[in-house]
Design a protein. Structure first.
Length: 135
């Protein structure tokens, strides 16, 4: 975990050097998100007698922020393409989508999690990405 935190801090530092406004917005978004998670954990612990699994689930939300900051930093640092596809778990995608919308980006396509639906089909992807270009 120390390596992950180090990599995350380094990528955020690199983002600050290249795009200070985006880095600032990302830090601000992370603070708000982390505070919301901490408040949620506090409320659950205060009001419920919870199982170890439930407690673990709540803490995973906090731990996943590191991955999200790393990924978003890398998305903005890379400069070999204007198109980015992020394919990951539903909670991470929700974090990315919310952040992109917060900074004024338009999402071309977004598939939110639907309970019981473990596979996704993105029918409109060919509208935005020429698959033949990458074959």
């Amino acid at each position: 975990e120390w390596i992950t935190m180090y990599k995350t801090a380094w990528e955020l530092y690199r983002l600050e050097q290249l795009y200070p406004m985006i880095a600032s917005k990302l830090r601000e978004y992370v603070q708000i998100t982390a505070n919301n998670i901490i408040n949620n954990v506090y409320q659950v612990l205060k009001n419920e007698k919870i199982s170890y699994d439930r407690y673990n689930d709540l803490l995973v939300d906090m731990q996943s922020i590191s991955m999200d900051v790393y990924t978003l930093s890398r998305v903005f640092i890379q400069n070999d393409s204007e198109q980015v596809i992020i394919y990951t778990g539903a909670d991470h995608i929700r974090f990315y989508a919310d952040f992109f919308q917060t900074i004024g980006f338009q999402l071309l396509t977004y598939q939110p999690y639907k309970k019981g639906q473990n596979c996704i089909t993105i029918n409109d992807l060919p509208l935005y990405l020429d698959a033949n270009k990458y074959r």
